[in-house]
Design a protein around this ligand. Sequence first.
Ligand code: NDP
Length: 470
Amino acid sequence: MKMLIGGAWVDASSERTMDVVNPATWETIERVPLGGPEDGGAAVEAAGEALAGWAGQTSLDRGKVLYRTADLVRGEVDTLATTLVAEQGKPLREAKDEVRGFAHILEYYAGLASSLMGETLNTQAYGRIIVEKRPLGICVGIVPWNMPVLIAGWKIGPALLAGNTVVLKPASTTPLTTLAIGDLFCRAGLPAGALNIVTGPGETLGEALVTHPDVRKVSFTGEIGTGRHVAEAAAQTIKHVTLELGGSDPMIVCDDADLEAAVAGAVAGRFYNCGQTCTAVKRLFVFSSVADRFRALLTRKTEEIRVGNGMEAGVRMGPLNNAPGQERMRQVVEEIEGEGRILTGGKVPPGKGFFFEPTVVAGLAPDALSLREEVFGPVLPVVEVESLDEALQEANSTKYGLGASIWTKNLERAERGCRDLEAGIVWVNQHLKIPPEAPFGGTKWSGIGRENGRAALDRYTEERSILVRT
Ligand code: NDP
């Protein structure tokens, strides 16, 4: 496959390529251009050339392009989802959900087209004050490999609707579905250069994009260290920055909760996407009076999860996306073995693929490393607590603050969770849901800024005040 720059499909200027590998089979499924700084520069130039034309269209016309693209995406869910399984590893059902989620994001923002407006005020002293909402300009989206399609949608949808042009860099392991969707944007009538998709390493190509002086905004999702670096680099030319840097989401299960529903929520919340979700349940706090029953149910349900190639019927958990991810899970389990006890899982199954068994762990001390740092894979630590006060204190005790959930039938406890959990998104009796209507992003070290909702649209526009005296 080739990169999309200025409406044309092109190779890297160096003519070098990089392999995209199926994480379930280790087979090379495709080669994409290994783009570098020159290619990043070409993409920014193309985005600059397209800017006046795209920003000059009405928001309703821009919305129509998003609607048409969403229709095309929905028409190709099966093909796109199959590509996503092959490059990312997730089960086909999850891949289809993700592709449909992308279409939903475009439809949501297209539907906001007529609400994208400023305001006018008549004053005695200054005459008429008009506040316009204008696009920022060229926006760069840097996307990780865990939810490559959905997260691309969070960045492309609001940016394009607001009249910006976009340069998107997918993660090196998962560029294929994004490139295929780029083709659908072209078929839907998006002008050449309004969306450019470049492939290549973050350290060179990504770096060139986030430091380019003509880029006005960078929206980054990924690891804290990379995010910090991106923010520092972007600050050199005073860019807008949105950072989504992961989390260590707590789930609190009170003694009055519907335990079966909570177990189902924990299993889905931790093992969906092989645990590689920023808002996965990463620490589970259960009241000690119901802990034995909860652990037994949780262990049984976890053991029912069928692990395998995401294309096989009945598979509920695919492999990790990459070798470092699998190696990290090995290390996490090694660390845990000295500190707690493994109730189920904990091993790499024999054979090819970056697989890891769904794992449940108990008996960890509150300061265990796997409770302090984000664990990006299928390992779920369960910790007993005596009270809601203790649960909230532990839940809030990390540097992260992305998502958090409380499971209870008691309204007062639910209200307490909503008030006191330190997170950008709080769920009651559910976890993991991120609809396009709900602003999404972290508090504390989980990031700055918001994606989704009207909040994201505001972050892709800036106000201009015009004072008119006649
Ligand atoms: P990174 O933060 O390294 O990568 C995320 C994206 O940033 C990729 O597209 C990457 O490109 C790009 N990138 C890397 N370096 C730069 C740079 N200097 N300038 C611009 N872009 C850059 O995350 P990893 O993929 O390495 O994952 C590591 C860990 O991050 C995970 O184990 C997990 O803990 C966390 N993570 C969190 C996610 C979340 O949703 N919050 C998502 C993914 C990861 P390339 O792929 O070419 O390196």
